[in-house]
Ligand binder design. Structure first.
Ligand code: ATP
Ligand code: MG
Length: 324
């Protein structure tokens, strides 16, 4: 039984923040002195996910908002070029496009200066364009980070039951950022979405948090009881493992790459994996493409600069397999 609705049913929809990211070119502590920067790069976890989904060849559409400025154009141009339907992205005439300045510290952690909640990124809702998109959608991908944004929460709560009712499917990337504390209401919505989801894409301790029980095996068993039919557990440089009820787990080890910018790995893995599964590829093949998408993206500076087309990922895989 296929876990996800076929691509032909309608696009995969992702809802949430669209930003530009501006990255410090040196490693160090924050932004309290003038320094060299690079960017603007198109970004936002939901946008990275949907861009990789589109590049892979999956039907893809984004719900969110940008300002009527160059940073907005950076995002709209990229998404359009990569085959993403941008008809439900609002253009805000009064607020600027969201932004994040990022600098890596020597220990690999990051300092951020964000402008999201007070930017166009947070200002969208159930417009006619959004409702029209939801009516013809085949799949909803929920990014955990977006749940802390009231606009995204409204759209996701509206879309999830409708897309399910029209034969579509749901995937959830818990993406629990320690920086983003969540209130009880957000936690309740998160739990409700997990219970409605067909595919879960956690990493690290997100698996147990999503299940609400400790221990990997117990967490997986609990999620299957809740109705999840596929779990793709992301394991960083070690690759990823897919669990389905009543079958052996399928593991694919990580590709060996030099990591230049880890941002976006999980989102690219998810975008490629969901697109492949909806296009009818078996789990093992979707997993290989997901791993390749995540690994390729970390070799390039900029959050979605390394997202690959199917041909680029095939070339990446061939080069990797030839070198081992
Ligand atoms: P993010 O930090 O973007 O939220 P995540 O925690 O959701 O990421 P990761 O497990 O870090 O997800 O990365 C997703 C996938 O990308 C991994 O399963 C793996 O296939 C690939 N990947 C990530 N980092 C590396 C790496 N250093 N080398 C090879 N592959 C990697
Ligand atoms: Mg993640």
């Amino acid at each position: 039984m296929a876990a996800l609705a076929p691509d032909a049913l309608g696009p995969t929809v992702c809802v949430g923040e669209i930003l530009v990211e501006i990255v410090a070119t040196t490693i160090g502590d924050g932004f309290r002195a003038a320094q060299p920067l690079t960017g603007p790069y198109p970004s936002g976890a939901p946008a990275i996910f949907i861009d990789q989904c589109g590049r892979m060849g999956g039907a893809a559409a984004m719900v969110g908002a940008v300002g009527r400025d160059d940073f907005g154009a950076v995002n709209l141009d990229r998404l359009r070029a990569d085959g993403v339907d941008v008809s439900a992205i609002a253009e805000d005439a009064d607020y600027p496009t969201g932004s994040a300045f990022v600098r890596y510290r020597t220990d690999g952690s990051r300092d951020f200066v964000y402008n999201i909640a007070t930017s166009a990124a947070a200002r969208f809702g159930l417009s006619d364009a959004v409702r029209a998109l939801i009516d013809r959608a085949g799949h909803l991908h929920v990014m955990g980070t977006a749940l802390s944004m009231p606009a995204a929460r409204t759209v996701i709560e509206f879309a999830a039951p409708r897309i399910k009712a029209q034969g579509g499917s749901i995937s959830v990337d818990p993406n629990l950022r320690k920086e983003l504390a969540r209130d009880a209401e957000t936690e309740a919505l998160f739990a409700q979405l997990i219970a409605q989801s067909d595919l879960l894409l956690p990493s690290g301790e997100e698996l147990e948090r999503a299940a609400g029980v400790s221990g990997q095996d117990a967490a997986i068993a609990r999620l299957f009881e809740m109705g999840v039919t596929e779990i793709a557990l992301k394991q960083g440089a070690a690759g990823a493992t897919v669990f389905t009820p009543g079958a052996d787990p399928v593991h694919h080890s990580g590709f060996k790459v030099e990591e230049r910018d880890p941002t976006g790995a999980g989102d690219c893995f998810g975008g490629a994996y969901v697109a492949c599964r909806r296009l009818g590829l078996p789990i093992a093949d979707a997993l290989r493409y997901g791993n390749a998408a995540g690994a390729r993206n970390v070799t390039v500076l900029g959050p979605m600069e390394g997202a690959g087309t199917r041909a680029e990922l095939d070339a990446f895989i061939a080069a990797q397999e030839g070198s081992t």
